[in-house]
Design a protein around this ligand. Structure first.
Ligand SMILES: [Zn+2]
Length: 368
């Protein structure tokens, strides 16, 4: 039965391809072992490949799989870039750091969240401080705790969600749900109450591979929000940061700048009310570095569709079995929502991501 767990390509295959391409490219590799296994019993890890001088003052970082199931897009882009890399082609004093699948459990099990149902992009917070208090979520939680996939209870949950949307509108309801919450570990967009394995590992990676740099461009790779087949380049932080004007001058009108806050709504499909984003973690961890935290977000299907499949997958991990027939069907649908099989979609997001990185490398090369 395990062999039937759906994935166009498993976590293990992505990892093998990444390591092979990194070795051929002459990268220096490090592995950060994860305590759990994947659905095939395979060991899991986050792998880091460094191309060029590890002490280079300027570094371009690509980070895949913050949301596990979205990691197939990011991993493919990283593998593709490594395959096209010619050793010795990097500009002087520029290095590339590829962080492969920071949430390996989520990628292997085809989940957006991690092994603790934590959304990593809501988990980068100072847990010594009071956590964001999203009281409005509590009123919606029963929609997501529904114990039935089909049947009367699910119909009731659907009706509750539909009533909320009719009253307040889709963007307002989603800004509450996707804003993140720290009170319901069995809820959607749970941000956790402590740093997750991936959070701690990212900080280790920052310390080991980014400390000492002067300028860092980081691309956190996502799918599932925005228009189908339209990759967006964003920078998402609580407030303007020192290198923001530089980031804006490099990418011009291609860059969408989004500052998050409790009252913010955005047209991008990205949750503007959320806190605990990876971008903010990088800024906080590298105060002396001229850091440009970017997000590449590749649109797939309409928000209500993505949300429905996320609810099904959430049900599966609370009440079902990911390895039975129902579980496998839900996983196949979820993978399609976050990594469409359509070859044109895949070609478009791959092309645009390479283009964005090439521009970034040219900008880093031009720096004195
Ligand atoms: Zn994402």
């Amino acid at each position: 039965m395990h062999s039937e767990f759906p994935s166009h390509s498993s976590y293990r295959q992505q990892r093998e391809q990444f390591l092979a391409a990194a070795n051929t490219a002459g990268a220096t590799l490090s592995a950060y072992a994860h305590p759990r296994c994947g659905p095939f019993g395979e060991p899991l890890s986050t792998d880091v490949a460094v191309l060029g001088d590890p002490q280079a003052k300027r570094r371009l970082v690509a980070l895949s799989g913050t949301h596990g199931v979205e990691g197939y897009y990011g991993s493919e882009c990283q593998i593709d870039w490594l395959k096209q890399f010619t050793p010795g082609s990097l500009p002087k004093d520029v290095a590339v750091v590829m962080i492969h699948l920071i949430n390996p459990w989520g990628t292997a099990w085809l989940r957006r969240v991690n092994e603790d149902n934590i959304d990593l992009n809501r988990n980068h917070l100072d847990f010594g401080q009071p956590l964001p208090d999203n009281q409005a979520y509590a009123r919606l939680h029963e929609i997501y705790a529904c114990a039935d996939l089909n049947g009367p209870e699910r119909q009731r949950a659907d009706a509750l969600l539909a009533a909320q949307i009719a009253e307040h509108g889709w963007p307002a309801v989603m800004s509450i749900v996707e804003g993140g919450q720290h009170t319901h570990p069995d809820g959607l967009f749970f941000g956790g109450i402590a740093p997750s394995w991936s959070n701690r590992t990212l900080h280790q990676i920052i310390e080991n591979h980014l400390a000492g740099a002067q300028t860092v461009m980081c691309f956190d790779l996502h799918t599932g929000a925005g228009e189908y087949g339209h990759p967006m380049l964003l920078t998402i932080t609580r407030a303007p940061y020192p290198a923001l004007p530089k980031a804006q001058s490099i990418y011009g009108p291609w860059l969408y700048t989004l500052h998050t806050g409790a009252e913010t709504l955005s047209e991008t499909g990205v949750a503007a009310t959320a806190t605990g984003y990876t971008s903010q973690a990088l800024l906080d961890a590298l105060p002396g570095v001229q850091l440009m935290p970017f997000v590449i977000e590749c649109g797939t299907y309409p928000g209500p569709d993505v949300h429905r499949y996320l609810r099904d997958d959430h049900w599966l991990h609370l009440h079902g079995d990911p390895l039975d027939a129902t579980g496998r069907a839900i996983k196949s649908s979820l993978l399609e929502q976050f990594y469409p099989a359509d070859p044109d979609w895949r070609a478009m997001v791959g092309l645009r991501t390479r283009q964005i990185w090439a521009k970034g490398l040219r900008a880093l090369a031009g720096e004195a």
